[in-house]
Design a protein around this ligand. Structure first.
Ligand code: FMN
Length: 320
Protein backbone atom coordinates (compact mmCIF):
# COMPACT_ATOMS: atom_id res chain seq x y z
CA UNK A 1 0.00 0.00 0.00
CA UNK A 2 1.34 3.42 -0.91
CA UNK A 3 1.61 6.25 1.55
CA UNK A 4 0.24 9.68 0.90
CA UNK A 5 2.00 12.96 1.60
CA UNK A 6 -0.07 16.14 1.82
CA UNK A 7 2.15 19.20 2.06
CA UNK A 8 4.38 18.59 5.07
CA UNK A 9 2.10 15.84 6.40
CA UNK A 10 3.29 12.30 5.75
CA UNK A 11 0.60 9.66 6.26
CA UNK A 12 1.24 5.99 6.96
CA UNK A 13 -1.03 4.91 4.09
CA UNK A 14 -3.50 6.29 1.59
CA UNK A 15 -6.92 5.33 2.94
CA UNK A 16 -8.96 8.31 4.07
CA UNK A 17 -12.24 8.49 5.99
CA UNK A 18 -14.70 10.88 4.28
CA UNK A 19 -16.22 13.78 6.17
CA UNK A 20 -19.86 12.88 6.83
CA UNK A 21 -22.25 15.21 8.55
CA UNK A 22 -24.00 13.59 11.51
CA UNK A 23 -21.72 10.54 11.26
CA UNK A 24 -17.99 11.20 11.52
CA UNK A 25 -17.94 12.41 15.11
CA UNK A 26 -14.84 11.82 17.25
CA UNK A 27 -15.80 8.28 18.40
CA UNK A 28 -16.48 7.04 14.87
CA UNK A 29 -13.26 8.61 13.63
CA UNK A 30 -11.29 6.97 16.45
CA UNK A 31 -12.64 3.55 15.46
CA UNK A 32 -11.75 4.14 11.81
CA UNK A 33 -8.23 5.20 12.77
CA UNK A 34 -7.88 2.14 14.97
CA UNK A 35 -8.80 -0.10 12.05
CA UNK A 36 -6.42 1.52 9.60
CA UNK A 37 -7.71 4.80 8.17
CA UNK A 38 -4.59 6.90 7.55
CA UNK A 39 -6.43 10.21 7.80
CA UNK A 40 -9.88 11.18 9.07
CA UNK A 41 -11.96 14.30 8.53
CA UNK A 42 -14.46 15.95 10.85
CA UNK A 43 -18.05 16.59 9.81
CA UNK A 44 -18.30 19.84 7.86
CA UNK A 45 -18.61 22.89 10.02
CA UNK A 46 -19.81 26.31 8.94
CA UNK A 47 -17.17 29.04 8.94
CA UNK A 48 -19.89 31.63 9.55
CA UNK A 49 -21.03 29.77 12.67
CA UNK A 50 -17.44 29.46 13.92
CA UNK A 51 -16.92 33.20 13.40
CA UNK A 52 -20.14 33.78 15.40
CA UNK A 53 -18.57 31.58 18.11
CA UNK A 54 -21.29 28.92 17.94
CA UNK A 55 -20.06 26.32 20.44
CA UNK A 56 -21.76 23.44 18.64
CA UNK A 57 -19.97 24.28 15.40
CA UNK A 58 -16.61 24.91 17.03
CA UNK A 59 -16.78 21.62 18.91
CA UNK A 60 -17.05 19.67 15.66
CA UNK A 61 -13.29 20.21 15.50
CA UNK A 62 -12.73 18.57 18.90
CA UNK A 63 -10.02 15.95 18.66
CA UNK A 64 -7.67 13.87 20.82
CA UNK A 65 -4.21 12.37 20.49
CA UNK A 66 -5.52 8.92 19.50
CA UNK A 67 -7.13 10.05 16.29
CA UNK A 68 -4.33 12.10 14.78
CA UNK A 69 -3.77 12.88 11.96
CA UNK A 70 -7.14 14.53 11.43
CA UNK A 71 -8.51 17.31 9.29
CA UNK A 72 -11.28 19.78 10.05
CA UNK A 73 -13.61 20.47 7.15
CA UNK A 74 -15.01 23.98 6.72
CA UNK A 75 -17.97 25.07 4.65
CA UNK A 76 -18.46 28.70 3.73
CA UNK A 77 -18.22 31.22 0.92
CA UNK A 78 -16.64 34.35 2.43
CA UNK A 79 -12.85 34.09 2.13
CA UNK A 80 -12.04 36.25 5.16
CA UNK A 81 -14.50 34.40 7.39
CA UNK A 82 -13.20 31.04 6.21
CA UNK A 83 -9.68 32.20 7.05
CA UNK A 84 -10.71 33.62 10.45
CA UNK A 85 -12.48 30.38 11.41
CA UNK A 86 -9.63 28.23 10.11
CA UNK A 87 -7.06 30.21 12.11
CA UNK A 88 -9.27 29.99 15.20
CA UNK A 89 -9.68 26.19 14.84
CA UNK A 90 -6.00 25.73 14.00
CA UNK A 91 -5.08 27.43 17.26
CA UNK A 92 -7.75 25.72 19.34
CA UNK A 93 -7.47 22.10 18.24
CA UNK A 94 -4.21 21.92 16.25
CA UNK A 95 -5.64 19.72 13.48
CA UNK A 96 -3.11 18.39 10.97
CA UNK A 97 -5.17 19.79 8.07
CA UNK A 98 -7.95 22.11 7.09
CA UNK A 99 -10.26 21.06 4.24
CA UNK A 100 -12.76 23.19 2.32
CA UNK A 101 -16.05 21.77 1.16
CA UNK A 102 -16.85 22.49 -2.50
CA UNK A 103 -19.07 19.44 -2.87
CA UNK A 104 -22.09 19.48 -0.59
CA UNK A 105 -25.26 19.26 -2.72
CA UNK A 106 -27.77 20.00 0.08
CA UNK A 107 -30.27 22.71 -0.89
CA UNK A 108 -29.77 24.66 2.33
CA UNK A 109 -26.03 24.80 1.67
CA UNK A 110 -26.07 25.73 -2.03
CA UNK A 111 -28.78 28.33 -1.42
CA UNK A 112 -26.16 30.20 0.65
CA UNK A 113 -23.63 29.89 -2.15
CA UNK A 114 -21.60 27.28 -0.23
CA UNK A 115 -20.53 23.67 -0.91
CA UNK A 116 -21.09 22.64 -4.53
CA UNK A 117 -22.82 26.01 -5.09
CA UNK A 118 -19.29 27.45 -5.34
CA UNK A 119 -18.45 25.31 -8.38
CA UNK A 120 -20.25 27.95 -10.46
CA UNK A 121 -17.76 30.57 -9.21
CA UNK A 122 -14.22 29.39 -10.01
CA UNK A 123 -12.72 32.80 -9.24
CA UNK A 124 -14.19 32.81 -5.75
CA UNK A 125 -12.89 29.27 -5.21
CA UNK A 126 -9.42 30.54 -6.12
CA UNK A 127 -9.76 33.46 -3.73
CA UNK A 128 -10.92 31.19 -0.90
CA UNK A 129 -8.01 28.79 -1.34
CA UNK A 130 -5.45 31.59 -1.75
CA UNK A 131 -6.70 33.41 1.39
CA UNK A 132 -6.68 30.21 3.43
CA UNK A 133 -3.31 28.94 2.26
CA UNK A 134 -1.76 32.34 2.99
CA UNK A 135 -3.28 32.31 6.50
CA UNK A 136 -2.53 28.78 7.69
CA UNK A 137 0.61 27.03 8.95
CA UNK A 138 -0.87 23.60 8.29
CA UNK A 139 -1.68 21.87 4.97
CA UNK A 140 -4.88 22.75 3.15
CA UNK A 141 -7.05 20.39 1.12
CA UNK A 142 -10.21 20.86 -0.93
CA UNK A 143 -13.04 18.45 -1.72
CA UNK A 144 -15.00 18.90 -4.94
CA UNK A 145 -17.73 17.27 -6.93
CA UNK A 146 -17.42 17.16 -10.72
CA UNK A 147 -19.28 19.35 -13.22
CA UNK A 148 -20.99 17.90 -16.28
CA UNK A 149 -18.18 19.14 -18.47
CA UNK A 150 -14.72 17.64 -17.91
CA UNK A 151 -12.70 20.67 -19.01
CA UNK A 152 -14.57 22.94 -16.61
CA UNK A 153 -13.99 20.48 -13.78
CA UNK A 154 -10.28 20.32 -14.58
CA UNK A 155 -10.17 24.11 -14.73
CA UNK A 156 -11.51 24.31 -11.17
CA UNK A 157 -9.09 21.65 -9.94
CA UNK A 158 -6.20 23.59 -11.50
CA UNK A 159 -7.37 26.82 -9.88
CA UNK A 160 -7.40 25.04 -6.52
CA UNK A 161 -3.89 23.72 -7.10
CA UNK A 162 -2.52 27.06 -8.29
CA UNK A 163 -4.06 28.92 -5.36
CA UNK A 164 -2.06 26.80 -2.93
CA UNK A 165 -4.01 23.68 -1.89
CA UNK A 166 -1.83 20.73 -0.92
CA UNK A 167 -4.23 18.02 -2.14
CA UNK A 168 -7.68 17.66 -3.63
CA UNK A 169 -10.39 15.04 -3.20
CA UNK A 170 -12.70 14.42 -6.14
CA UNK A 171 -16.12 12.84 -5.69
CA UNK A 172 -16.99 11.76 -9.22
CA UNK A 173 -20.63 12.86 -9.16
CA UNK A 174 -22.26 16.15 -10.11
CA UNK A 175 -24.30 18.25 -7.70
CA UNK A 176 -27.43 17.27 -9.62
CA UNK A 177 -26.71 13.56 -9.22
CA UNK A 178 -26.69 13.74 -5.43
CA UNK A 179 -25.93 10.11 -4.64
CA UNK A 180 -27.58 8.58 -7.72
CA UNK A 181 -25.76 7.08 -10.69
CA UNK A 182 -22.09 6.20 -10.47
CA UNK A 183 -18.98 8.09 -9.48
CA UNK A 184 -17.21 8.87 -12.78
CA UNK A 185 -13.74 7.35 -12.70
CA UNK A 186 -12.77 8.85 -16.06
CA UNK A 187 -13.23 12.37 -14.69
CA UNK A 188 -11.20 11.50 -11.60
CA UNK A 189 -8.47 9.91 -13.73
CA UNK A 190 -8.34 12.98 -15.99
CA UNK A 191 -8.01 15.31 -13.01
CA UNK A 192 -5.24 13.20 -11.55
CA UNK A 193 -3.35 13.38 -14.88
CA UNK A 194 -3.75 17.16 -15.05
CA UNK A 195 -2.46 18.05 -11.56
CA UNK A 196 0.80 17.81 -9.65
CA UNK A 197 -0.64 17.85 -6.11
CA UNK A 198 -1.99 14.55 -4.70
CA UNK A 199 -5.49 13.60 -5.83
CA UNK A 200 -7.74 11.47 -3.63
CA UNK A 201 -10.49 9.55 -5.42
CA UNK A 202 -13.92 9.34 -3.82
CA UNK A 203 -17.26 7.73 -4.57
CA UNK A 204 -18.63 4.19 -4.51
CA UNK A 205 -15.59 2.54 -2.91
CA UNK A 206 -17.24 -0.22 -0.94
CA UNK A 207 -14.73 -3.05 -0.58
CA UNK A 208 -11.31 -4.44 -1.42
CA UNK A 209 -11.94 -4.87 -5.14
CA UNK A 210 -13.46 -1.44 -5.71
CA UNK A 211 -10.53 0.11 -3.81
CA UNK A 212 -8.00 -1.67 -6.00
CA UNK A 213 -9.92 -0.83 -9.16
CA UNK A 214 -10.18 2.87 -8.34
CA UNK A 215 -6.51 3.18 -7.38
CA UNK A 216 -5.31 1.32 -10.47
CA UNK A 217 -7.71 2.89 -12.96
CA UNK A 218 -7.40 6.51 -11.87
CA UNK A 219 -3.76 6.44 -10.74
CA UNK A 220 -4.83 8.52 -7.74
CA UNK A 221 -2.62 8.94 -4.70
CA UNK A 222 -5.27 7.89 -2.22
CA UNK A 223 -8.89 6.86 -1.81
CA UNK A 224 -11.58 8.28 0.44
CA UNK A 225 -14.29 6.04 1.86
CA UNK A 226 -17.61 7.31 3.14
CA UNK A 227 -20.79 5.29 3.29
CA UNK A 228 -19.05 1.92 3.39
CA UNK A 229 -17.46 2.88 6.70
CA UNK A 230 -20.74 3.71 8.44
CA UNK A 231 -21.16 1.16 11.25
CA UNK A 232 -18.24 -0.68 9.67
CA UNK A 233 -14.88 0.81 10.69
CA UNK A 234 -13.25 -2.59 10.06
CA UNK A 235 -13.48 -1.87 6.32
CA UNK A 236 -10.20 0.01 6.60
CA UNK A 237 -8.44 -3.09 7.96
CA UNK A 238 -9.92 -5.27 5.20
CA UNK A 239 -8.91 -2.89 2.43
CA UNK A 240 -5.41 -2.17 3.74
CA UNK A 241 -4.79 -5.89 4.27
CA UNK A 242 -5.90 -6.65 0.73
CA UNK A 243 -3.81 -3.87 -0.81
CA UNK A 244 -0.75 -5.15 1.08
CA UNK A 245 -1.19 -8.90 0.60
CA UNK A 246 -3.76 -9.47 -2.15
CA UNK A 247 -5.75 -11.56 0.34
CA UNK A 248 -9.30 -10.97 1.53
CA UNK A 249 -9.87 -11.18 5.29
CA UNK A 250 -13.01 -13.05 6.38
CA UNK A 251 -16.02 -10.84 7.13
CA UNK A 252 -16.15 -9.44 10.66
CA UNK A 253 -18.04 -11.82 12.91
CA UNK A 254 -21.26 -10.61 14.51
CA UNK A 255 -19.62 -10.73 17.98
CA UNK A 256 -16.77 -8.54 16.80
CA UNK A 257 -19.16 -6.05 15.23
CA UNK A 258 -21.03 -5.88 18.51
CA UNK A 259 -17.72 -5.28 20.30
CA UNK A 260 -17.08 -2.40 17.88
CA UNK A 261 -20.53 -1.00 18.71
CA UNK A 262 -19.90 -1.15 22.45
CA UNK A 263 -16.50 0.44 21.98
CA UNK A 264 -18.25 3.21 20.06
CA UNK A 265 -20.78 3.74 22.85
CA UNK A 266 -18.02 3.77 25.46
CA UNK A 267 -16.14 6.44 23.51
CA UNK A 268 -19.35 8.46 23.16
CA UNK A 269 -19.86 8.28 26.91
CA UNK A 270 -16.24 9.30 27.57
CA UNK A 271 -16.51 12.31 25.30
CA UNK A 272 -20.01 13.39 26.40
CA UNK A 273 -21.53 12.49 23.03
CA UNK A 274 -23.91 9.76 24.18
CA UNK A 275 -27.30 10.75 22.75
CA UNK A 276 -30.45 8.76 22.06
CA UNK A 277 -30.64 9.65 18.36
CA UNK A 278 -27.02 8.88 17.64
CA UNK A 279 -27.09 5.63 19.61
CA UNK A 280 -30.21 4.43 17.81
CA UNK A 281 -28.78 5.14 14.38
CA UNK A 282 -25.51 3.44 15.25
CA UNK A 283 -27.27 0.39 16.70
CA UNK A 284 -28.98 0.04 13.31
CA UNK A 285 -25.78 0.57 11.36
CA UNK A 286 -23.65 -1.84 13.40
CA UNK A 287 -26.26 -4.62 13.09
CA UNK A 288 -26.85 -4.10 9.37
CA UNK A 289 -26.27 -7.31 7.44
CA UNK A 290 -26.06 -9.53 10.57
CA UNK A 291 -27.99 -12.79 10.38
CA UNK A 292 -31.19 -13.36 12.34
CA UNK A 293 -31.48 -9.83 13.67
CA UNK A 294 -34.63 -8.70 11.89
CA UNK A 295 -36.68 -8.57 15.10
CA UNK A 296 -33.81 -6.98 17.00
CA UNK A 297 -33.65 -4.17 14.45
CA UNK A 298 -37.43 -3.67 14.70
CA UNK A 299 -37.02 -3.45 18.49
CA UNK A 300 -34.20 -0.90 18.19
CA UNK A 301 -36.45 1.18 16.00
CA UNK A 302 -39.21 1.12 18.60
CA UNK A 303 -36.95 1.82 21.59
CA UNK A 304 -37.60 5.18 23.22
CA UNK A 305 -34.52 5.73 25.33
CA UNK A 306 -30.83 4.98 25.65
CA UNK A 307 -31.28 2.29 28.31
CA UNK A 308 -33.72 0.31 26.14
CA UNK A 309 -31.35 0.40 23.18
CA UNK A 310 -28.43 -0.70 25.34
CA UNK A 311 -30.54 -3.53 26.80
CA UNK A 312 -31.43 -4.76 23.31
CA UNK A 313 -27.81 -4.63 22.19
CA UNK A 314 -26.61 -6.35 25.39
CA UNK A 315 -29.23 -9.06 24.82
CA UNK A 316 -27.84 -9.59 21.35
CA UNK A 317 -24.43 -10.46 22.85
CA UNK A 318 -25.85 -13.75 24.13
CA UNK A 319 -27.26 -14.73 20.75
CA UNK A 320 -24.29 -14.19 18.47
C1 FMN B 1 -24.77 11.19 5.47
C2 FMN B 1 -23.68 11.84 4.67
C3 FMN B 1 -23.12 13.02 5.12
C4 FMN B 1 -22.11 13.65 4.36
N1 FMN B 1 -21.54 14.79 4.84
C5 FMN B 1 -20.49 15.36 4.17
C6 FMN B 1 -19.77 16.46 4.71
O1 FMN B 1 -20.03 16.93 5.82
N2 FMN B 1 -18.76 16.98 3.95
C7 FMN B 1 -18.41 16.46 2.72
O2 FMN B 1 -17.50 16.96 2.08
N3 FMN B 1 -19.07 15.40 2.21
C8 FMN B 1 -20.07 14.83 2.91
N4 FMN B 1 -20.66 13.71 2.43
C9 FMN B 1 -20.15 13.11 1.18
C10 FMN B 1 -19.06 12.07 1.47
O3 FMN B 1 -17.94 12.67 2.07
C11 FMN B 1 -18.62 11.36 0.18
O4 FMN B 1 -18.12 12.33 -0.70
C12 FMN B 1 -19.78 10.62 -0.50
O5 FMN B 1 -20.54 9.89 0.43
C13 FMN B 1 -19.26 9.68 -1.59
O6 FMN B 1 -18.40 8.72 -1.04
P1 FMN B 1 -18.90 7.21 -0.71
O7 FMN B 1 -19.45 6.64 -1.99
O8 FMN B 1 -17.66 6.50 -0.25
O9 FMN B 1 -19.94 7.30 0.32
C14 FMN B 1 -21.67 13.07 3.14
C15 FMN B 1 -22.24 11.88 2.72
C16 FMN B 1 -23.21 11.25 3.47
C17 FMN B 1 -23.79 9.95 2.97
Amino acid sequence: MNSLTIGKLKLDGNLVLAPMSGITNLPSRLLCRKHGASLVYSEMTSSEAVVRQSLKSIERGFTCAGERPMGIQLMGAVPDNLAASAIFLQEKYRPELIDVNFGCPAQGVIKNGCGSGLLKKPELIGEIIRTLSDSLDIPLTAKIRILENFDETLKIAKIIEKAGADAITVHGRTQKQGYSGKSDLDFIKGIKSGLSIPVIANGDIFDEKTSQKVLEYTGCDGIMIGRAAIGNPFIFKKISYFLKTGEILPPREAGERLADFFEYTELCRNYGMHTYNDLKRNAQWFTKGMENVKQVRVNINKAHDIDSIMAIMNGLKDCV
